[in-house]
Design a protein around this ligand. Structure first.
Ligand code: MRU
Length: 349
């Protein structure tokens, strides 16, 4: 998948402005932390792994403007900046893991010169980016065997190249199956209110010549019943120690429907999306967004001004509904409590 979702140019964080897709493919250079924070908040850059990379790169942006030469003072500035970036979006744990990784490394090296600390942090951020690329390929290889020739697949939101540094998590599995020569068909849910499925997944899959059919979210049940769906793949924003999984709003609904229709429901996510500090999904913070995202559709008011709105951006799927979690280490199966721990302790890919 030849899209450059996010990269460090040496002076800026260059992202695709995903709010303009599929109409326009426009790159945006974020030259300061505030601009990047705003890009994260408004979903110009989005998707859990890409948010982890954005967080790591935000540290590189912030340190550019530091002109002093006191290592300890420099690290204090980095810590403040990480705290600021952490206020952008609450659910995708990849963002917090990357900020912690950068902050802890800076602190550990605070006795060094500012130039040395900058060099260490730059190479750490680049390693986070490169690791995501390798991990996408590993997840794809493990998950591809779940797609049989002639299968019908379903997905929600966008867990593809536009959400990672490479070809994605849930969509990565599809790209790997295609590379393995399998033919299959995908139903993509449009994913109200912000239409990541319609705007991003449908665009990405078409770019890659994968047979995709777009449906409204409320058509999923009838498609499962009347068209037949063989397997469902979704991404994740945070996975608790027991396997409960937070992902885009509508994922839980899809998992419940999948159980009724006997369709295996897989989560595809890297190690960086697990949060073992959270025992169950009940502890996962769920972002609530602006009411107007629901009151409007394509910027046209479709509801009375001022009507009460509930707009959670994510929901939590109970572990019992998940057939397996495809990771870079392989496919984790039940019982998740013990098997997640065992899998994540394996050496890095
Ligand atoms: O609000 P978004 O677009 O950032 O939500 C993204 C999702 O829910 C994705 O499914 C998830 O981050 C996995 S991306 C590989």
């Amino acid at each position: 998948m030849a899209v450059d979702t996010i990269r460090w140019t040496g002076k800026s964080v260059r992202i695709i402005d995903q709010t303009l897709l599929p109409g326009k493919l426009v790159y945006l250079d974020c030259r300061d932390v505030e601009t990047l924070w705003h890009a994260i908040k408004t979903l110009k850059v989005r998707g859990a792994p890409a948010l982890g990379i954005a967080a790591a790169f935000s540290v590189l942006l912030g340190m550019q403007s530091y002109k002093g030469n006191d290592g300890r003072d420099f690290v204090k500035t980095i810590e403040k900046m990480c705290a600021y970036v952490a206020t952008s979006r609450p659910t995708a744990v990849n963002l917090f893991h990357a900020l912690t990784q950068m902050r802890v490394l800076a602190k550990k090296n605070e006795r060094l010169s500012v130039a040395m600390i900058k060099a260490i942090l730059t190479s750490e951020a680049m390693a986070i980016y490169e690791e995501d690329r390798a991990v996408c390929r590993a997840m794809g290889a493990h998950g591809a065997k779940l797609i049989k020739n002639g299968a019908t697949v379903m997905t929600v939101c966008n867990a593809g190249a536009l959400a990672t540094a490479d070809y994605g998590t849930a969509l990565g599995v599809m790209y790997a199956a295609k590379e393995a020569g399998r033919k299959f068909k995908v139903y993509a849910l449009e994913t109200r209110p912000l239409l990541q499925g319609a705007r991003l997944t449908a665009w990405e899959l078409r770019q890659n010549k994968i047979d995709v059919t777009l449906i409204c979210d409320n058509m999923a049940a009838t498609v499962m019943k009347n068209k037949g769906v063989d397997v469902i793949f979704v991404g994740a924003d945070r996975i608790a120690a027991n396997g409960d999984t937070a992902n885009k709003i509508g994922t839980y609904m899809l998992a419940v429907l999948a159980k009724h229709h006997n369709v295996p429901f897989y989560v595809v996510a890297p190690k960086t999306t697990f949060d073992l500090k959270m025992k169950t999904g009940r502890e996962i913070p769920i972002e609530e967004r602006e009411a107007d995202e629901v009151r409007r559709f394509a910027n046209i008011m479709t509801a009375p001004v001022g009507v009460n709105v509930f707009n959670p951006a994510f929901d939590v799927t109970d572990n019992a509904l998940i057939a397996g979690i495809v990771t870079e280490y392989g496919i984790i199966q039940k019982p998740y409590g013990t098997n997640i721990l065992r899998a994540l302790q394996a050496p890095k890919v």
